[in-house]
Design a protein around this ligand. Structure first.
Ligand SMILES: [Zn+2]
Length: 282
């Protein structure tokens, strides 16, 4: 095995473990933030019997498997959400390392916000500000910072996707993307609310699309809108069929997780998606 390969393998393993550990913390955020609890104290405990969870019972993925999803003391079931979120974290951090190389940590921040936001939205139909407003601020700051250091580090702030995926768009793209994402979804929300005579989506979704624009630019916003509507319709139809829910009866389906799915597709296959679309139009 070549030295480079060994380093690549070690870095890949490190990325996965980093993702699983961060996601383990995100599990705490997902449970506590919507309930208005502190994320630092008290230490993790079983919600049923109150037994404190020791560090060896709190290893990402492994502990849940070892305890077979049950509290070590009272055997109360522990939600599979814990191992699901940790596995998603590991896989996404690893995928980001393969895609963005040494710049992956900048994407890890955004991936963490999306994981927390999606699961909170699923459970509570709300997107917290630290995800949406945080994402918008992070996108603009990352774009400015990478643009400032680019001449010194030869950072790939590529204009838009020839082959290599840039980890940050130039500041103008970021600002235009933010404004475009925000106003596009604000318009969809406004028209939807008029058409259905009830709130069609929350302001959180509008801010979240602003964040997608701030991070990845206006083209990413369009692609994310198309993909998220597609994913949302597929799942919506499946839910209606599965539950035999009466069509016309309003079912609250959070939109945030689908925006995140669309954004993920953009992050990992953006250039390929654009090339595919261009080939269709030609
Ligand atoms: Zn317990």
């Amino acid at each position: 095995m070549y030295c480079g390969e060994a380093i690549g393998l070690i870095m890949s393993a490190f990325s996965f473990m980093m993702g699983a550990c961060i996601a383990s913390f995100l599990n705490v955020v997902i449970w506590r933030v919507p309930r208005g609890e502190s994320i630092v104290s008290p230490p993790s405990h079983c919600p049923k019997c109150g037994a404190e969870i020791r560090w060896w019972q709190n290893l990402p993925i492994l502990s849940w498997l070892a305890l077979r999803g049950k509290c070590a003391k009272c055997r109360a079931p522990i939600s599979p959400r814990y191992i699901i979120v940790e596995t998603i974290g590991g896989v996404l951090f690893l995928a980001a390392f393969w895609r963005f190389g040494e710049f992956a940590p900048f994407m890890w921040v955004w991936l963490s916000l999306m994981i927390a936001g999606s699961f909170i939205d699923f459970g509570h139909q709300l997107l917290p500000d630290f995800v949406t407003v945080g994402g918008m601020v992070y996108g603009v700051v990352l774009s400015l910072a990478s643009w400032l250091v680019a001449p010194y580090l030869r950072v790939p702030t590529l204009p838009l996707y020839p082959g290599l995926q840039p980890f940050a768009v130039p500041p103008l793209n970021s600002l235009v993307g933010l404004a475009f994402g925000f106003s596009l979804l604000w318009l969809v929300r406004y028209l939807g609310t008029k058409a259905f005579k009830r709130e069609a989506m929350g302001m959180g979704d509008v801010f979240l699309m602003g964040a997608v624009g701030a991070l990845f630019g206006p083209v990413a916003v369009l692609m994310t809108l198309v993909l998220s509507s597609l994913f949302g319709s597929i799942v919506g139809i499946a839910l209606v069929l599965a539950a035999k829910a009466k069509i016309g009866k309003f079912v609250a389906i959070p939109y945030g997780p689908y925006i995140c799915l669309g954004c993920l597709a953009w992050m990992f296959w953006g250039p390929e998606l654009v090339a595919w679309y261009v080939s269709l139009v030609k």
